[in-house]
Design a protein around this ligand. Structure first.
Ligand code: IPM
Ligand code: MG
Length: 378
């Protein structure tokens, strides 16, 4: 993983986004200030408001800022179905066929943030732990697969013609019109697969981890997942000290619940990684604890895995720990290892003490009170 060399001063893009994204980033700021991180925080516009006003939830000025910072903290985004998105545009932008695309998915692709890293650790004393001592790290390929954005609805005639020629039970395509079906492509490259698999093995090697499990569905999705699996076996040869393991995505969801202690480092193509990382997050307390890093060669973007939770927006009720732990990952990425360790210890202490808890943990403390409790332990 590319880690920035420690600097005296950092530029950090600050992207609160929508709903509770604003509140959890406010909480993260409390701990960064207490840590005395020498950083300039550069606010950047992103989210639903900018879709409605400008027809773009991820404006070019924000892309420019991201091109010029060391790292970014990102809150959350509200997304709505296309029909509603169209209706909420300002009248002068309606009827122009603007397409809403998830800003975070665009950001991952635009900045080639190929490594999505999602650690799931059961902090002792967390009443929401499924079992104690779970410690799983998910590596999710973050730019390809079904997220590649190559989709057709309606399906153009040329593609129908190509599909019809394939000798498969689906020669019925010949009878379908373009608006009677849709196509989403799953594209996985050798390069894209190899670099994420290597990240997982390197992480395992450098962090005393014993086993890497490859998550796939190569028995059915033979071309793409077959390639992912084939590359995994090749890469694994370079790491004889790490146990190589593989599992189908469906079976994996059962086994992770049956015996989470069997798992250590997981690596998966994009969509399976998305699914499995919600499952592993739930094993250690749910989305309030699920932190996520999106890392490329030039930029790291750190976020909680949860969404903007419109129902809680403005109430300062949600758990900021996912965002604070994402902040810890950002400190690691910046090479600020000592600060990162202090922040994780303080967070673990507050969880174990159990005095300050948000509603999800059975308490009534606010988002900011929990952040302040963590800041006090720093
Ligand atoms: C995640 C989220 C995103 C994803 C959504 C918000 C587009 O579920 O980060 O896991 O699917 O990647
Ligand atoms: Mg997800």
């Amino acid at each position: 993983m590319s880690i920035l060399r420690k600097k005296d001063h950092y530029k950090i893009a600050w992207l609160p986004g929508d709903g509770v994204g604003v509140e959890v980033l406010e909480a993260a700021k409390i701990v960064f200030d207490k840590l005395n991180l020498n950083a300039e925080y550069i606010h950047a516009d992103i989210g639903w408001e900018f879709w409605c006003k400008e027809g773009d939830a991820f404006p070019q000025r924000t892309i420019d800022i991201l091109g010029n910072v060391d790292a970014a903290m990102f809150g959350a985004i509200t997304s709505k179905p296309m029909k509603q998105a169209e209706e909420e545009l300002v009248p002068e932008l309606q009827g122009k066929n603007l397409i809403y695309r998830s800003p975070i998915v665009r950001m991952r692709q635009l900045f080639d943030l190929y490594n999505c890293l999602r650690p799931c650790k059961a902090y002792p004393g967390n009443p929401l732990n499924f079992k104690e001592n779970i410690d799983i790290v998910v590596f999710r390929e973050n730019t390809e697969d079904l997220y590649c954005g190559v989709e057709f609805n309606p399906v153009p005639d040329e593609l129908i013609a190509t599909l019809t020629k394939l000798s498969s039970p689906f020669s019925k395509f010949a009878e379908l019109k373009g608006n009677e079906f849709a196509v989403s492509c799953k594209i996985n490259t050798r390069f894209g697969s190899e670099r994420i698999i290597r990240e997982a093995f390197e992480f395992a090697k450098n962090n005393g981890r014993k086993k890497v499990t490859i998550v796939h569905k190569a028995n059915v999705v033979r071309a793409t997942d077959g390639l992912f699996l084939e590359i995994s076996k090749e890469v694994a040869k370079d790491y004889p000290e790490i146990i190589y393991d593989e599992a189908n995505i469906d079976a994996m969801t059962m086994w992770l619940i049956k015996n989470p202690f069997n798992y250590d480092v997981l690596v998966a193509p994009n969509l399976y990684g998305d699914v499995i990382s919600d499952l592993t997050a739930q094993l250690v307390g749910g989305l309030g604890f699920a932190c996520s890093a999106n890392i490329g060669e030039k930029l790291g973007v750190f976020e909680p895995s949860h969404g903007s939770a419109p129902k809680y927006s403005g109430l300062y009720k949600v758990n900021p720990i996912a965002t604070i732990l994402a902040g810890k990952m950002m400190l690691d990425y910046l090479g600020e290892f000592e600060m990162a360790e202090r922040l994780e210890k303080a967070t673990a202490q507050v969880i174990a003490d159990g005095k300050v808890r948000t509603y999800d943990m059975g308490g009534s403390s606010s988002t900011l009170d929990l952040a302040k409790a963590i800041a006090e332990k720093l």
